[in-house]
Design a protein around this ligand. Structure first.
Ligand SMILES: Nc1nc2c(ncn2[C@@H]2O[C@H](COP(=O)(O)OP(=O)(O)OP(=O)(O)O)[C@@H](O)[C@H]2O)c(=O)[nH]1
Ligand SMILES: [Mg+2]
Length: 229
């Protein structure tokens, strides 16, 4: 299916993989803000694509390599100047999209990350896994701030907006979940301005997480490779 786009300001790219319980509501929220939406599906085996088609929203399939591949695939199919990424599991508040896009439209930032540390999160507290994720998120942000003299609090959140030419110029390698930290580090390395806006993170509304706790070590390895070299 080849999507048709009008030349408007931003396009919302929604990576989905087996999110039949949430994708409909997420798309309805985004539709109230813009017509420029592209779903990038990871070959879902549930009714995710039925929900997308029912709403006549364009979609493409990723290359079965992971979320990072899905985001890169999405950007290649969008024509707008600004790309917004938002998860399909209901964790993010789509009504915050204009607040992420505005600093870019006003030429005050090249990328704006929604910060769960500033906006609060229902997913980073309470269990051992959540504690590890919260601590890891804070620790990596501290290292980034030290090196780049920034004041970022959350480099990992998938909810963010970025100039498409910046996204293209940083040549992202990651095909999995490490794409988010790689995006921040490469932007900073190349001198782009990364800003943040507070945004609340909710517990996914249904379905299952595709990010396993065991990947934490891989996140660290990837981070230091990117951070040091
Ligand atoms: N197209 C595509 N989407 C993916 C893939 N893996 C994950 N996603 C989507 O990326 C988003 C984030 O994945 P999640 O599993 O929620 O990861 P997470 O938010 O770190 O984990 P939780 O906090 O437990 O929800 C969701 O919308 C997923 O459906 C993939 O391989 N391909
Ligand atoms: Mg999630």
């Amino acid at each position: 299916m080849s999507p048709i786009y009008t030349k408007q300001n931003f396009c919302v790219v929604v990576p989905t993989k087996n999110e039949e319980g949430t994708i409909g509501e997420v798309l309805d929220q985004i539709k109230s803000l813009t017509r420029n939406i592209l779903v990038v599906d990871g070959h879902s085996v549930d009714r995710t694509l039925n929900e997308v088609k029912k709403r006549e929203i364009p979609y493409v399939l990723d290359h079965k390599k992971g979320k990072g591949d899905a985001l890169k695939t999405g950007v290649r199919h969008c024509k707008q100047d600004i790309i917004v990424f938002i998860d399909a599991d209901g964790s993010h508040d789509a009504s915050d999209i204009p607040r992420l896009v505005k600093p870019i439209q006003d030429n005050k930032a090249d990328m704006v990350v929604a910060s769960r540390i500033l906006g609060g999160s229902d997913e980073l507290h309470g269990t051992f896994n959540k504690f590890i994720r919260n601590t890891g998120t804070n620790f990596l942000a501290v290292l980034v701030n030290k090196k780049y003299k920034t004041e970022l609090s959350d480099i990992e959140n998938g909810f963010r907006a970025i100039r498409r030419d910046v996204f293209e110029s940083i040549n992202l390698n990651a095909n999995g979940f490490t794409i988010e930290q790689e995006m921040v580090l490469r932007c900073l390395k190349m001198g782009f301005h990364v800003a943040e806006r507070a945004s609340h993170e909710y517990v996914r509304m249904s379905g299952y997480s595709k990010l396993h706790a065991a990947q934490g070590f891989y996140f660290l390895l990837h981070f230091f490779k990117e951070y040091l070299f």
